[in-house]
Design a protein around this ligand. Structure first.
Ligand code: NAD
Ligand code: GLY
Length: 395
């Protein structure tokens, strides 16, 4: 049953230079990287490489998890990868069951959440049992929140199958669901016990979803790593052809950056972690106003990134030509960089942005760039400037 259905080599140099925390694993296929997320007792390892799904059971056994587990997956990923996950877990002595939800942002809802709890209870999952989130960011956010709250919290492992999940959402422990009034309004911080990024799974990812994941990859270049940004400009063709070695390095670099940021500010209290929201103020607003239908997350983030770059040129020191570079790279990837705005839509966007978590004291806050690789969070932006920038991204 599907829950929610009824409701409608330069490479190596790069790795050495950039992935100081990425070590090849001796017992697994090359290319293989690991990135450590250092959070004291909540620390874990991100594994990046080919053929990882077949080793899921071994990884879980090393974590000394209980016997019973639930693989939460979606209606696109389940038919492709759930059998392999079940086999790997059974071979390692686990007793897995599979919970399949309807694919898409709609999975991050109170209704689907409730149905997942019921399934876990029916399968008699206990305190030492665990959840495997097998899928993209939607499954990861939902399954992570199920694990954060079921029996007041059980362990979970992220098996990320979209580029977006591999570079961003599976790492850092932000889990949650949407409400009708806005994105990610109910959630928790609950770190996974391990993250597996099996690059082979990206071979079946639809082109649109792969491009959407690239929006978050570009984000890392903008917020922290101008060399990554240049590399994306240089090697975009290989990346878009999903060359596994190139991807392995890009994913590992993004995970290293995310683990450093999360390690510095796990609960987003000091502002460090908030820089990951670059492009997301307008992005989340656009997603919400299109009812999560017209633009998928990465596409909305692309539009938000162009808006944030233009605001950064207007209000900070980001040169116009750097904002152009950001837009040009997103365009080359095939992401939207302009949007049609009727006056009504513009008003709805402001309303949607005001419902976002990034609002403080009723004011919209933005992450803005001083230069490529150097951003500052928590910037108040007057509505007039937002309107001026929306004019710049209007089709
Ligand atoms: P998604 O999970 O909806 O996956 C995109 C689509 O691809 C879905 O239809 C899915 O079924 C399909 N799919 C996934 N893997 C596949 C594969 N290997 N082969 C074929 N099809 C596959 O979306 P996403 O872009 O991965 O994630 C977006 C979500 O992530 C948003 O809800 C966003 O808010 C959230 N997010 C969370 C964080 C975080 O820190 N928690 C960070 C960024 C984004
Ligand atoms: N994607 C935002 C965060 O993890 O903080």
């Amino acid at each position: 049953m599907v829950i929610g259905r009824s409701a409608s080599e330069a490479e190596i140099e790069f790795t050495l230079a950039y992935c100081f925390s990425c070590e090849p694993e001796p017992d697994t296929l090359w290319p293989m990287r690991t990135v450590e997320v250092s959070l004291g007792t909540r620390s874990y390892t991100i594994h990046i490489g080919s053929g990882l799904l077949t080793k899921l059971g071994d990884h879980c056994r090393r974590l000394k998890l209980g016997e019973r587990c639930a693989i939460i997956t979606d209606s696109n990923v389940g038919p492709r990868y759930a059998d392999a996950a079940v086999r790997a877990l059974k071979m390692a002595g686990f007793v897995p069951s599979v919970v399949t939800v309807t694919a898409g942002e709609g999975a991050k809802s109170l209704k689907v959440l409730g149905e997942c709890y019921d399934q876990l209870a029916m399968k008699r999952l206990e305190r030492r049992s665990f959840v495997v989130a097998l899928g993209g960011g939607c499954v990861g956010d939902l399954a992570g929140f199920v694990a954060a709250t079921y029996l007041r919290g059980i362990s979970y492992v992220q098996v990320a199958t979209t580029l977006l999940a591999q570079v961003d959402s599976s790492v850092g422990g932000k889990v949650g669901i949407n409400l009708k009034s806005g994105k990610n309004l109910v959630g928790s911080f609950h770190q996974p016990r391990a993250v597996l990024c099996d690059l082979d799974t990206l071979s079946t990812l639809p082109e649109r979803e792969f491009r959407a994941g690239m929006a978050e990859v570009v984000k890392y270049g903008v917020i922290r790593d101008p060399e990554l940004f240049r590399r994306l400009e240089r090697e975009l063709d290989k990346i878009m052809k999903r060359d596994v070695n190139t991807l392995s390095n890009v994913v590992a670099r993004c995970c290293t950056l995310k683990s450093e940021i999360v390690g510095a500010d796990e609960y987003e209290t000091t502002g460090v972690r908030a820089i990951l929201n670059f492009g997301h103020t307008v992005g989340h607003g656009i997603e919400a106003l299109s009812g999560y239908n017209e633009f998928i997350h990465g596409e909305a983030v692309s539009l938000g990134t162009v808006a944030a770059a233009r605001l950064s040129s207007r209000l900070m020191s980001l040169p116009d030509k750097e904002a152009d570079r950001i837009r040009d790279l997103l365009q080359r990837i095939g992401l939207p960089t302009a949007i049609k705005f009727t006056p009504k839509k513009r008003e709805a966007l402001f309303d949607a942005m005001r419902l976002d978590k990034k609002v403080s004291g009723g004011e919209l806050k933005f992450v803005l760039a001083k230069s490529l690789g150097d951003v500052v969070p928590g910037q108040r932006v007057p509505d007039a400037d937002i309107n001026a920038v929306l004019n710049l991204i209007a089709e």
